[in-house]
Design a protein around this ligand. Structure first.
Ligand code: DNO
Length: 417
């Protein structure tokens, strides 16, 4: 870590602006076991949620949005960000009814704006949203983390799913390890791995049987990354002007993990990917959800550098950390640990917000502690993978303290990191 936090305690409060990141919390709606009343106690003031019960592609009607918004406000909170308005698969492939789905998307945006909800998160990953191979990976302190293991991914892809030519996508050592592991793996563990990968993690909105999954993959068989990127740009050109006119921001979530999997193209994994999208669709509303956990899986993603170079396009923050391993595997570390320097990230974000203040741009930067370990009482409860109460609360508390310290240190000496 590059910041010396020991100095923070002794700094006076002078020169500190009253800027802050809006602290938000993801809530999966009325069926979420962590209630709005519980969330109030975390210190978060904003809610990140979606109308999860609506099918992908449907128009979000004002009445439905308003009802959910009222419920949130009755608990003393604010609906700050929609995560996500999902993008229909036909839009990603530009096939079938895609024009209709795009027109529905635009209408949903207008309806959200009519209810004064103006930040929308979405992703453009074909078929799968985020993917892990283990939802209960024990870390040294006894808490459980989410893990993505390359050997397990290869094992599933090559030996359980038996996708055609899958073996070509893996390093020979990974394949050899996967084969050895598969030979000794009891059937219930094979089933568990299949469920973990295909059942759909919270927010993914879709889950698959192995047969349906093969079919869904084959629908993308001839779509190159270049074509997928073109389809994304086409979509953005259709929706960004509406968002801009409505004073909204669209925040595109990076691919998780940020690389092609199961032969599916992925085009939102790197700074260069985002740059191409921002160059092609210049509206400021065409922005990003800066997810430190997803982007941080790749050592070539320079997180503070991305903030410095394209900070004006960052409209939503997902803050978490991953511990990278040499073969591309990773597990989710505590928020201030792991492979990314969270002190440097927060410092760059604080600088970006101060920059916006100076130039008169909108300074709003909602953040949420993304994921958390299952720990303490979480361990005896059924929690949404990654979305435990205490694990996320630990993350929020640490990040909130770090932000406060960084702001105070920056105010004393702008070059303090
Ligand atoms: C996982 C989440 C993702 C995210 C979507 C955005 O925890 O960050 O599911 O919500 O990719 O559309």
């Amino acid at each position: 870590m590059s910041g010396d936090l020991s100095q923070l305690l002794f700094l006076p409060q002078k020169n500190v602006t009253n800027l802050h990141f809006e602290q938000t919390w993801r809530w999966f709606g009325p069926s979420d076991l962590i209630s709005l009343a519980n969330i109030r106690q975390t210190g978060a003031t904003g809610i990140v949620t979606a109308l999860h019960h609506l099918p992908n592609g449907a128009v979000w009607e004002v009445e439905n949005i308003r009802q959910r918004k009222n419920e949130i406000e009755a608990a003393g909170l604010r609906w700050s960000v929609v995560e996500s308005v999902p993008v229909h698969e036909e839009i990603k492939r530009r096939t079938g009814d895609y024009r209709n789905w795009i027109s529905n998307y635009r209408q949903s945006l207008r309806n959200l704006a009519a209810c004064d909800i103006r930040t929308v998160c979405y992703n453009f990953m074909p078929v799968l949203d985020w993917t892990r191979t283990d939802l209960a990976f024990p870390v040294a302190d006894g808490s459980l983390a989410l893990r993505f293991d390359m050997i397990d991914l290869a094992l599933f892809d090559v030996f359980l799913l038996k996708r055609k030519n899958a073996a070509l996508d893996y390093a020979p050592e990974t394949l050899a390890d996967a084969e050895n592991k598969f030979d000794a793996l009891p059937p219930e563990q094979c089933d568990r791995l299949t469920r973990t990968i295909l059942a759909g993690l919270p927010g993914a909105e879709e889950s698959w049987t192995p047969e349906d999954f093969q079919l869904a993959l084959s629908a993308y068989a001839r779509l190159s990354p270049e074509q997928l990127r073109e389809n994304l740009i086409f979509f953005l050109k259709e929706i960004a002007p509406v968002a801009e006119a409505e004073g909204m921001t669209l925040t595109l979530h990076p691919d998780d993990p940020p690389r092609a999997i199961f032969g599916l193209p992925r085009v939102v994994s790197t700074e260069t990917d985002y740059k191409q999208l921002f160059d092609a669709v210049p509206e400021r509303a065409n922005g990003m959800c800066f997810c430190t956990g997803s982007l941080g899986v790749r050592p070539d993603n320079d997180l503070p550098g991305i903030i410095r170079r394209m900070g004006n396009r960052i409209h939503f923050l997902h803050l978490r950390n991953v511990q990278r391993e040499a073969d591309g595997s990773f597990f989710e570390a505590n928020h201030l640990e792991g492979s990314s320097d969270m002190v440097a990230v927060i410092a760059a974000l604080v600088d970006e917000q101060e920059r916006r203040l100076r130039t008169g741009e909108d300074t709003a930067l909602p953040m949420r502690p993304d994921h958390g370990h299952q720990m303490l009482d979480d361990l005896s409860k059924t929690t949404n993978p990654g979305y435990s109460a205490i694990g996320r609360l630990r993350g929020l508390a640490e990040l909130r303290g770090l932000e406060m310290g960084v702001r105070r240190m920056r105010a004393q000496s702008p070059k303090s990191f």
